[in-house]
Design a protein around this ligand. Structure first.
Ligand SMILES: [Zn+2]
Length: 91
């Protein structure tokens, strides 16, 4: 069995457990019975670091409700190159 994710236009996302390879592109929503399209997302990985999990969660949220800014973000300060790079041979 595998978990497949679908998205209904009115009710949102829901998951369905089906035998592997049997998921169709459209599945009826359990709430309103209208056809919902399949959503492809990364599989759950138990060894994901908290930083990666936060980044993935933020990325998933931005699909539905992107963050809105009111001003242009400040440019990032460029970090100096690592000192070891100075010792590398030059052509
Ligand atoms: Zn629905």
């Amino acid at each position: 069995m595998a978990t497949y994710e679908y998205r209904c236009r009115d009710c949102g996302r829901f998951e369905v457990r089906l035998p592997i390879g049997t998921a169709s592109a459209v599945f009826d929503c359990p709430e309103c019975r209208s056809p919902a399209s399949r959503v492809f997302s990364s599989p759950y990985l138990s060894q994901v670091s908290p930083t990666t999990a936060r980044a993935r969660s933020r990325e998933e949220q931005s699909r539905e409700a992107p963050e809105v800014v009111t001003s242009v973000p400040a440019p990032r300060r460029r970090q100096p190159p690592h000192p070891a790079l100075q010792r590398l041979p030059r052509p």
